[in-house]
Design a protein around this ligand. Structure first.
Ligand SMILES: [Mg+2]
Length: 210
């Protein structure tokens, strides 16, 4: 049944599904990073997501903690830029949901907005630099537009915006992040972090809409 909102236990189940799907996607994410960077992104994300599965194994206290603990587990297990950036996405996003007892389309918009702001502050990249922000920023813009929809309808639009953003990142010249030294040679490939963002939102959509 498509879910118009999620309870904290459903948020936890969704995040565990995200973890499994990122782990399954490791070869694709590694290949994407080899095309533009040092190739470590897939294994780093998989390591982070194994730590998330351990961290979320017990009782989850709140929606805020489910997301924030996901971020903390990634930060403490991954190392490197991706650990800091994806960890900040979930931790800061989760903190924006303090006191909420359901996760709805407004929560989705608030999660992504706070996560994006944290990532931009921490990493220093902006839209158009060919980083994960090129998938995350359009997802945030779309999420703000669909706050009045049921969550199951909102997440379809948000996941599509992230995927479109990832596709658009192929044509960008990297000026920040993993591929900045490649310049014009970075044209034609999507950013690996943007690929991870798409896996995350696609999995959230699949869980929420199933
Ligand atoms: Mg790398």
């Amino acid at each position: 049944m498509p879910k118009p909102s999620l309870s904290k236990d459903e948020v936890k189940a969704m995040l565990l599904q995200v973890a499994d799907r990122i782990i399954e996607a490791e070869p694709m994410l590694s290949e994407a990073d080899r095309n533009l960077g040092d190739g470590d992104h897939g294994l780093g994300m998989a390591r982070g997501m194994n730590a998330v599965k351990e961290k979320l194994a017990g009782e989850v206290e709140s929606i805020e903690k489910a997301f924030a603990n996901t971020g903390m587990a990634m930060m403490s297990s991954m190392g490197g830029a991706s650990g800091a950036i994806f960890g900040t996405l979930w931790r800061n996003g989760g903190k924006a949901l303090a006191g909420r007892d359901t996760f709805d389309a407004q929560g989705l918009a608030d999660l992504i907005k706070a996560g994006l702001e944290g990532v931009m502050t921490r990493g220093g990249a902006k839209p158009g630099d060919k980083t994960m922000i090129d998938a995350l920023h359009p997802a945030s813009v779309k999420a703000q537009e669909v706050v009045s929809l049921p969550l199951n309808e909102a997440i379809i639009a948000v996941a599509a915006a992230a995927a479109d953003g990832k596709e658009a990142s192929k044509a960008m010249i990297a000026t920040m992040g993993r591929a900045k030294t490649l310049g014009e040679q970075s044209i034609g490939h999507p950013d690996a972090g943007a690929c991870s963002v798409v896996v995350i939102f696609d999995t959230m959509r699949d869980y929420i809409c199933a």
